[in-house]
Design a protein around this ligand. Structure first.
Ligand SMILES: Cc1cc2nc3c(=O)[nH]c(=O)nc-3n(C[C@H](O)[C@H](O)[C@H](O)COP(=O)(O)OP(=O)(O)OC[C@H]3O[C@@H](n4cnc5c(N)ncnc54)[C@H](O)[C@@H]3O)c2cc1C
Length: 456
């Protein structure tokens, strides 16, 4: 690396910030441009009336090595820990509670009446299949699982399990992770989650889930309200055009650029993108739309579960409720207050794009009253976050494209891509994608240097 080599990172979500931090570690001069007025993207939180609301991501499984590694490196390692977690699955008017890690998980799994004895015995098949796939289910190269990517989760359940296991175990987990039902999602996503999350327990983190992105951003040069409009590769370096909060257009010159944004917006930002990746990102990549409804309560509901995945038979559109206050006091103003985050089915969310926030919240409340009967009288405020695009909506065959994107990762040279579409969308996958992109940039920039900002 030549001294003073300059890299522009587009997007201050966990992908962009992990990438920028690792580049800074390697000695590059890094500028992060973020379109919104806050950092974190889908790992951000907002604070209101003493409540800390995680706008999208809420849960960090303990198995998230990249997230843990970043936290360690920025001095937050001592502030994260393991947390005992209870999952609650409603079935026929009864809540079935299961500890989600440790020996308690096995005991509860054997004792629970959520599944019949036959259903539990069938789970051995799932274990055998998970062991067969395990070696191909890594964060950095999920394209390796393409050979298993031949059916939907529903088709797999039909072939290997039973309708009961699908309806009360497999599909609720899938809905909680992707806000999609089993009849569309690739089996790779399900096994990736089963192998990487089940039994790992969850991370306790300080305050909001934005703890990590805020710390990373505090060590970097991040410009907010800086919307990038195009990135081009010129003979003497990369040009990044952006518009600042004052509406003035500017051009940055840099030695390299990393586009750490949703794959849905990459083709428009990067006119020089090669035809293969352009084709994948424009016509193969699909995202789901997820509306998140957050409910701040003056009285805490008695439910002890942290996460309640909702089976389709219990409510078609409500996919999961997170009882955030059960993770600790830090997100609520007093020990008696409650905070719920709820995530809604892709089809339901996407068909409500034209409704106002108040209209959508009003539609959510009756379903919420089934889970927390006193919700309306205890409500301090409700907040809607519309994630559109939210997470990648996989389908059988999608991971062939992920494998191809992996093969072409170096094709961009000085302009690198990173984001949630390179693995199964999660904060950890994004942290890995950001770090990998930093490594590729460092390899590409073995010599030469340009730099400076030009206002236009
Ligand atoms: C509702 C929901 C719940 C989730 N729950 C979990 C969970 O519990 N646990 C988990 O691990 N994962 C969860 N995920 C997934 C995880 O949050 C995401 O995969 C991850 O945070 C995405 O990070 P990112 O940096 O790639 O993208 P983003 O967070 O979307 O960041 C991209 C950033 O780029 C900016 N940007 C876009 N265009 C431009 C432009 N032209 N110029 C400048 N900036 C631009 C955006 O404003 C944004 O800040 C959830 C996702 C959603 C949607």
């Amino acid at each position: 690396m030549s001294p003073g080599q300059r890299v522009v990172v587009v997007g201050a979500g966990i992908t962009g910030l992990s990438c920028a931090y690792r580049l800074r570690d390697r000695g590059f001069e890094v500028l992060v441009l973020e379109a919104s007025d806050a950092v974190g993207g889908k790992m951000s939180s907002v604070r209101r009336d003493g409540y800390v609301v995680n706008r999208a991501a809420n849960i960090l499984p303990s198995s998230y090595a990249a997230v843990r590694g970043l936290a360690q490196d920025v001095g937050l390692g001592g502030r994260i820990g393991a947390m005992p977690v209870v999952l609650g699955v409603p079935r026929d008017g009864r809540m079935h509670r299961l500890r989600a890690s440790g020996p308690g998980m096995l005991v509860d799994g054997l004792r629970t009446s959520l599944l019949s004895v036959r259903g539990k015995l069938l789970l051995r098949r799932m274990l055998v299949d998970a062991l067969r796939m395990k070696g191909s289910l890594s964060y950095a190269n999920l394209g390796a699982a393409a050979r298993f990517d031949t059916e939907t989760v529903a088709e797999y359940c039909e072939r290997r399990l039973s309708p009961e296991v699908r309806d009360y175990l497999v599909e609720p987990i899938l809905r909680a992770l992707f806000t999609c039902n089993a009849d569309t999602v690739s089996i790779v996503d399900f096994f990736f989650a089963a192998v990487n999350f089940v039994g790992s327990g969850m991370m306790r983190y300080p305050g909001g889930i934005d703890f990590l992105v805020r710390e990373l951003a505090s060590r970097l040069d991040v410009r907010l309200s800086a919307r990038v409009t195009s990135v081009t590769d010129e003979p003497d370096g990369v040009r990044v055009s952006w518009t600042g909060p004052d509406g003035v257009s500017r051009v940055e010159s840099a030695d390299a650029c990393v586009l750490a944004v949703s794959g849905a917006v990459v083709p428009a930002l990067y006119p020089g993108l090669d035809a293969s990746r352009r084709e994948i990102l424009t016509s193969k990549l699909r995202y789901c739309v997820t509306y998140a409804g957050h409910f701040a309560l003056r009285r805490r509901p008695s439910e002890p579960s942290l996460v309640v995945p909702v089976p389709r038979a219990e409510d078609e559109n409500l996919c999961v409720v997170v009882f955030s206050h059960n993770a600790g006091e830090a997100c609520v103003p007093s020990p008696s207050a409650g905070l719920l985050s709820t995530y809604w089915l892709h089809e339901w969310s996407s068909s409500r794009r034209l409704r106002t926030d108040d209209e959508v919240i009003a539609e959510m409340l009756p379903a919420m009253a089934k889970v927390v009967p006193s919700i309306e009288e205890d409500l301090v405020f409700a907040r809607l976050d519309r994630w559109d695009p939210a997470v990648v909506r996989s389908y059988p065959g999608w991971y062939t494209h992920v494998a191809r994107l992996g093969e072409l990762a170096d094709a961009g040279g000085r302009i690198q891509l990173a984001g949630d579409y390179l693995s199964a969308s999660s904060t950890n996958a994004c942290a890995v994608a950001g770090e990998e992109a930093a490594g590729r940039v460092a390899r590409v920039l073995a010599g030469g240097s340009v730099g400076s900002a030009v206002a236009r």
